[in-house]
Design a protein around this ligand. Structure first.
Ligand SMILES: [Zn+2]
Length: 454
């Protein structure tokens, strides 16, 4: 069997990992943001009628016949998605619809919720003219393909319903971690995955290494303590926190902090939409309920600035009718009563009508800037922080395992071969493993070049 890494070789994200024997299965099919940002921006967009062509020409998508167009027999038997982050599933939308997609039950709901808020686009999975057929799985599922049987096992990551995959083939057993961590609130799920790998004698481990160079571990509990500490020092002023839309653990942490400080949480309409969609879809998880006393949605003003129904896109109009909301005027008058949760740092501009008392808190509780573009955007956010006289804090715990946990996972699984993906530093992982007691073969993937799995 052979394995080809597209997107995630020597860089973070864009995972498209092709497993190939008699037939082919892709593990993840994410957006390669690194390559995309080299050629495209808000102002320089791929052409809608030539989306796949423009992406192939620039190397954002692999050039493979029969994968996107129905010009030949289907290139692959299936695509298995590990979790609902765009760099793992986002470009599955461009695959021809007769290549079936497999993903976790809740992953499907999360993607639907996200796309509810978007305009129709060929880069959406569900919200376009032709829906892509999807098969859903859970931890006990067994996905049977021509050359491989795949066992998805839940792992802990900064989004619910993330999975690692243990894959049985005629030549041996391999595993692919997707994205994972050991220091999160659901670390026992990652342990279940590692245990399954041990039990099935995984020989080759394809492992993410996002934070292989990081030694610091801050846990969700550290985040809770730090948030509580800074928010309790703020007195009667406003507390606002930016939380990534799909980061449920963080949202729960913020809710518990607010409870302790006796503040009402006002979440963004994007967060409210996510909670409502998951609840309606019957997701098997604890979903906070929007209630008048404790959890409401922040109703921002749009277009005319008068809260007129026609100002809002249809997903918001429908949502607003079903949930308790609070406007900027109410928050302005009683700033100590609220903890405001925004879904993007850029939403800081929405604070200007609230007129936060000087020294109010603006907490970024998402990962810090990586790309040049993000660094520029961060500078803009800081300018707004100063303009609005806010106090800025960055409080976060990562969705990815740091160095010592990555090594621990590999030591426990004890594979013969390790293939580091989703990392800018595969060579560092090789060095670390050479210095450990194990000395597995570490094979650094090269973009688009096939290698033997075992
Ligand atoms: Zn992820």
């Amino acid at each position: 069997m052979r394995l080809t890494v597209y997107g995630a070789a020597g860089q973070i994200g864009g995972n498209k990992i092709l497993l190939e024997g008699q037939s082919r299965v892709f593990l993840d099919f994410g957006v390669d943001f690194n390559t995309r940002s080299k050629y495209f921006s808000t102002f320089l967009q791929p052409r809608r009628f030539a989306l796949v062509k423009d992406y192939i020409a620039t190397g954002v998508l692999p050039s493979l016949k029969g994968l996107y167009e129905k010009d030949e027999p289907p290139f692959a038997e299936a695509v298995v998605i590990t979790h609902g982050h765009l760099d793992h599933y986002g470009h599955a939308s461009l695959l021809r619809p007769d290549i079936p997609l497999y993903m976790g039950e809740t992953t499907r709901l999360l993607i639907k919720a996200r796309e509810n808020t978007k305009q129709k686009s060929p880069e959406n999975l569900f919200n376009k003219n032709e829906n892509h057929p999807v098969e859903v799985f859970r931890t006990s599922s067994k996905l049977v393909f021509e050359d491989a049987v795949i066992y998805p096992v839940h792992v802990d990551h900064s989004i619910p319903a993330a999975y690692g995959l243990v894959i049985e083939t005629g030549e041996g057993v391999l595993a692919y971690t997707g994205d994972l961590r050991m220091h999160g609130p659901k670390s026992e799920m990652t342990h279940d995955f590692v245990e399954k790998c041990v039990k099935m004698n995984v020989e080759t481990l394809v492992i993410e290494g996002t934070r292989v160079d990081e030694t610091e571990v801050s846990t969700e509990d550290d985040v809770r303590k730090e948030l509580t500490r800074v928010a309790s020092e703020v007195g009667d002023r406003l507390v606002s926190v930016v939380v990534a839309m799909m980061d449920f653990d963080r949202l729960n942490t913020v809710l518990s902090v607010a409870e302790k400080l006796d503040r009402v949480v006002a979440i963004s309409l994007h967060h409210a939409n996510l909670l409502t969609t998951l609840r309606r879809g019957g997701a098997r998880m604890n979903i906070p309920e929007l209630r008048d006393e404790k959890l409401v949605a922040f109703l921002e003003r749009r277009r005319t600035g008068t809260y007129s129904k026609t100002d809002y896109p249809s997903w918001q109009t429908e949502l607003i009718e079903q949930i308790p909301t609070v406007g900027d005027e109410e928050i302005r008058r009683d700033q100590k009563k609220y903890l405001l949760v925004l879904s993007r740092a850029e939403d800081i501009i929405k604070l200007s009508d609230i007129e936060p008392a000087p020294g109010s808190l603006f907490i970024l509780s998402t990962s810090e800037a990586h790309s040049e573009e993000q660094v520029l955007e961060e500078e803009r956010i800081h300018n707004w922080v100063n303009l609005l006289n806010l106090r800025y804090k960055h409080i976060h715990s990562s969705g990815h395992a740091p160095q010592k946990d990555l090594i621990k996972i590999i030591e426990e699984i004890n594979p013969r071969k390790v293939i580091p993906v989703h990392t800018q530093k595969p060579t560092l992982m090789k060095q670390l493993l050479n210095n450990s007691g194990l000395k597995p073969i570490v094979e650094e993937p090269v973009q688009g070049r096939a290698m033997d799995v075992f």
